[in-house]
Design a protein around this ligand. Sequence first.
Ligand SMILES: [Zn+2]
Length: 383
Amino acid sequence: MRSVFIIFFISFFLSSDLSAKSIEDSFLKGDIESTIYQIESFDKKDKPKNIILLIGDGMGMNHITLSRLAIGGDNYQLALDQMPHIGTSTTQSSNDLITDSAAAATTWATGKKTKNKYLSMTPDKEPLQTITELLSKRGYLTGVVATSSVTHATPAAFFSHVDSRYKTKEIASQLLSSTINVAFGGGIKYFKSFDIDKEKYTLLNSKSDLLNLTTNSNKNLLGLFAEDGIMRTEKDMPSQLEMTKVALNYLSNNSKTCNGFFLMSEGSQIDWAGHSNNLEYLFAEFTDFDATIGNIIDFVTEDQETLLIITADHETGDLQILDESDTSVKVSWGSKNHTGVPVGVFAYGPGAHLFSGEMDNTDIFFRMLDVLDYKNTPETLCK
Ligand SMILES: [Zn+2]
């Protein structure tokens, strides 16, 4: 009798395991011509004035491979593929091999690992200075752009210090008292209870405010374009490309007499597509992300003093490639959550060679400060 029960329990656990099995899906390959970007070579001695950190939240290597095939087919080259320096980054947080976006963004913002859900605080809840706080005291302008709410984990790690990414009101309040010069994204509902200082900020409330902005004022910019995340399904929402272009324009125009600028721009919803195992959503978000990369590659080539770094916080969805035909690809999603695999790091511009080989996510913070020669930059303000 006992052995019957044991067999029953074993088969119960096996079958509950099987219920978590992967979901298969497929898509048709695209067929368009690649846009080929002009890529300059830089001397190893060249130093950047500015840094742009582009984050594809949840963007594993297979998300890139499959988006390439879906957008343009077998021979297509993404803008991302044209980045001349490539490496990998490990992603674990202080308490978990599988990080969340808060702990991962804390590593780029502060160089320290923390617990999942913490934003720029140690595991013992001591606040950590962020790269935007450090650089703004050294004569740089700083900005964050996201297709999520600006209070969401990745942008928030650059200006807030809280022990939970879900304390959104506290995060919003910390943004308003921070040194961030440009913040674009969603999140209107998190700012409703605050009286936003009109002397400090030019407020942008719609896509047309964003696209018609004339940047002759040096007031900070706060652009909130959706109640929460910026959903493509809503009418008149700006893309990551549109927000990033305006942020870049503002930062480069207003930092001409300063040491430079730092901009973080995130394709936040690559992750959300992974959580919902939705290929169509993934490809739409990735297309916007890659267009943003293309635009910044052109900026770097022309400007010659800006370093572009692209990476991800983690992979989302355990996305695997199963099979292909001439016209289609079969894939599987093994998870609705994050996984612990390494992610890619891609760089272009002066100092880009430092972002190749194997890295830990914390290394990116230290290399960004090194390449700007932060240690030898005296305190000054950019205003
Ligand atoms: Zn996620």
